[in-house]
Structure formats: C-alpha cells, structure tokens
Ligand binder design. Structure first.
Ligand code: A5P
Length: 166
C-alpha cells in the first residue's frame, strides 16, 4: 500500500467514528485532505470548526457545515494529522503551520483522533520541531531559542522579527 493509500485508509476509518449531531474539529494537512471528502460523503448533520483557512475552505466546498471557533465551546471529536508519533502517544505537530488553532481545537475535544501513515510513528520524538512565532512577545521568544538551530520559513514572522528588532 502506498503512503497516500495509507493516509486515505486512516482518514476514512476516522470518518466512520463520527456520528450524527457531533461537533467535530477538523485538522490540517495532506492526511486530513482525505478525511474531508470521507466525512462529507457520510452526509451527517454535524457542526465543524477548522484549524486552518485551507481546511475551512475545502470543507465548505464539500458541503460540510463549518462554523467559527467562537461559536463552538467543545468538540465531541477532533481529527488531525501528526508529524511524529511517539510510542507513549506524544506527538509533534505543526508542520502544516496550523499551530495555535490546532492546539486550541485539540484541547477543546473530548476525543482526539490522530490519522497518519506509516512514516509517522517514531521510537522517540526528534527534531525538527515546528514552532510558531507570534509577533506578540517575539523578542522574548527569540531570546529563548536563539542558541538553537532555527529556520524561519514564514514571511510574516520574518517581518515581525524585523519590526521588533528596529
Ligand atoms: C498541521 O499544522 C500539522 O500538525 C499536520 O497535522 C501535520 O503536519 C501532519 O500533516 P500531514 O497529514 O500532511 O502529514
């Protein structure tokens, strides 16, 4: 089975766990991309919130009811991907850049389901660890990580860093 097929199988299995009337947190990434059509195909009456504009747009296009996170205070289930999965259940996430939203939506869920292919389980979590740099407190954050190997890939963060430095 290919990696893409593994993602699809995991996503479809997770979609089967969703029931009528549930509030559902939708994650972000290439595995969640398989979840959205599987979920939409079940034609359930569910309320969703998304961890990224990308997921929100794709879910709406498929006919899923996506609401603002402000309108949902808890989720029956949140389904999301992961970058690494340790044997004890700890994850590294954020490679899809949905950091803050995905933590909030995961924390608000009664059940958090991780969908992933066979490249994701690891013996121990390791670098790289994706970070989100908020402009609020950026100087203090940078001070904490300045001695580590940090690759800044997001232009907004780079701009904010320059603003702080001026
Ligand atoms: C989103 O920020 C991430 O946490 C993703 O869930 C994670 O990177 C897994 O993405 P893939 O399903 O694309 O591997």
């Amino acid at each position: 089975m290919s990696i893409e097929q593994e993602k699809q199988v995991a996503a479809e299995a997770a979609a089967e766990l969703v029931e009528h009337g549930m509030t559902v947190g939708l994650g972000t990434g290439s595995t969640v991309a398989f979840l959205l059509p599987a979920l939409a195909g079940r034609s359930l009456d569910i309320r969703c919130a998304a961890t990224s504009p990308r997921t929100e747009h794709a879910a709406r296009e498929l006919g899923l009811k996506v609401e603002a996170l402000q309108d949902i205070d808890r989720f029956d289930v949140t389904i999301d991907g992961a970058d690494q999965i340790a044997p004890d259940g700890w994850l590294i996430k954020g490679g899809g850049a949905a950091h803050t939203r995905e933590k909030i939506i995961a924390a608000a869920a009664d059940r958090f389901i991780v969908i992933a292919d066979s490249t994701k389980p690891v013996k121990a979590l390791h670098s790289p660890v994706p970070l989100e740099l908020l402009s609020y407190g950026l100087r203090a954050t940078m001070r904490r990580i300045v001695h580590r190997s940090v690759v800044i890939r997001d232009h907004a963060a780079v701009r904010a860093e320059r603003d702080v430095a001026q």
